[in-house]
Design a protein around this ligand. Structure first.
Ligand code: GLU
Length: 395
């Protein structure tokens, strides 16, 4: 064994598989040309948010329009933030709004599909197998820095007005030898595994965002963490492994992730994976004293989808309204097809708002009025009694 192989064996002695094993286990999907595979990957940290419902709708309709697959994956690597019943709240919430799920978590405790497990806490062996391979190839290494040491480095960088982070000369353990690592492990020191980045701040990358168009950014040069000290992956690493093995073609997610794309592209390349198409969905905004801002989980009741149910909006109205935000050509289509199921609409990611649509309650009310007027009286009666049972028994 060479030095890197010895190191890999020292750090992850229990891993006896190679990436090849999983590549064979999860072969390409057999789908027709142009079919898009999309997903949402929520963390079970609370109730279903309007933003998650919106992103789910965009993913669902992208898959539907192309005869593809939409699946759900639970990102539960942060056990501290998890709430009981969190998975169920999200999945049942989506179903309540008519978002059908082809694969992955189809209820709070049940998954279906050939690409599972669809819950990251059950995929530790998979992540560790790929990390071990990167270490063997000299592309990842253990870092024994304590939180305090990292904090000191950050302060030093700040005082010198330098870019903060674990990169370049600040990447202390970048060239750690087998013997050095062995000595620290024998002392019982905890470690994380970092990527040995080959990027440079000076270089720029460009990628075509399917929603926002061409984006240019500096390459990643940060030796960011792949596996935390408990052997659980970071979001970045889990995203690369899971979306590769689950054959996601389009990663459509909240635009707070744009700044991480250089990291993700580097990871896909280093791992030898095809980079998926990215599309970053702008958040739904709100006017607050004349200024536009993101709808906030803390401040705004409408951030929780439950709010709309409580107010008595039928699920169909909320979805119809979200479609008008999602696609600038939806309303024209709707005028031409007043009673057609919205799923028949040919959705195009290029027609999405780049800057973030404003939440408009009057518009929601208008859309809802039309939806309700198209229901039969039996339907209205049924929905009204169901609503009253849940929210206003006296009524
Ligand atoms: N768990 C991440 C989130 O909820 C997923 C982002 C993604 O879709 O990749 O923001």
């Amino acid at each position: 064994m060479n030095e890197n192989e010895l190191l890999a064996q020292l750090l992850l002695p229990d891993i006896d598989k190679t990436p090849d094993y999983f590549e064979k286990m999860y072969p390409e999907r057999e789908l027709k040309d142009g079919a898009r595979v999309t997903r949402i990957a929520p963390s079970p940290t609370g109730y279903l948010h309007l933003g998650t419902l919106f992103t789910s709708l965009v993913n669902r309709i992208t898959a539907t329009t192309s005869s593809g697959v939409f699946f759900t994956r639970i990102e539960d690597t942060d056990k501290k933030r998890e709430v009981t019943g969190g998975i169920e709240d999200i999945i049942e919430g989506l179903k309540r709004f008519g978002i059908t799920i082809d694969e992955g978590f189809i209820s709070g405790d049940e998954e279906s599909g050939d690409y599972g497990p669809y819950q990251q806490s059950r995929r530790a062996e998979i992540y560790q197998t790929y990390v071990k391979d990167l270490i063997k190839k000299g592309l990842a290494y253990p870092c024994f820095c304590t939180a305090e040491e990292l904090d000191n480095v950050r302060k030093e960088q700040e005082s010198k007005k330098e870019r903060t982070g674990y990169h370049g000369e600040y990447a202390k353990h970048r060239n750690i030898t087998y013997n050095e690592a062995k000595a620290l492990i024998d002392e019982g020191k905890p470690f994380v595994i970092r990527l040995k980045s080959s990027g440079s701040e000076e270089n720029r990358i460009t990628f075509e965002d399917t929603i926002k168009g061409k984006i240019e950014m500096p390459q990643n040069d940060e030796d960011f963490v792949l596996l935390k000290s408990d052997g659980i992956p970071t979001y970045h690493f889990a995203h690369a492994i899971d979306d590769h093995l689950m054959h996601t073609t389009h990663v459509l997610r909240g635009d707070e992730w744009i700044s991480s794309v250089p990291k993700h592209i580097e990871l896909f390349k280093i791992l030898g994976f095809k980079v998926p198409k990215y599309g970053h969905v702008s958040p739904i905004m709100k006017l607050d004293n004349g200024a536009k801002r993101k709808i906030s989980k803390r401040k705004d009741p409408e951030a929780a989808v439950h709010f709309f149910a409580e107010q008595g909006y039928p699920a169909e109205s909320v979805i119809e309204y979200l479609m008008t935000i999602a696609a600038s050509d939806f309303e024209d289509w709707r005028r031409a097809n007043p009673t057609e199921d919205y799923r028949k609409f040919k959705f195009n990611l290029k027609k999405m708002s780049v800057s973030g649509a404003l939440f408009d309650e009057n518009k929601l009310n208008d859309v809802s009025k039309i939806k309700i007027s198209q229901m039969t009286s039996d339907e209205v009666y049924e929905k009204l009694t169901a609503w009253a049972k849940e929210f206003d028994v006296e009524f």
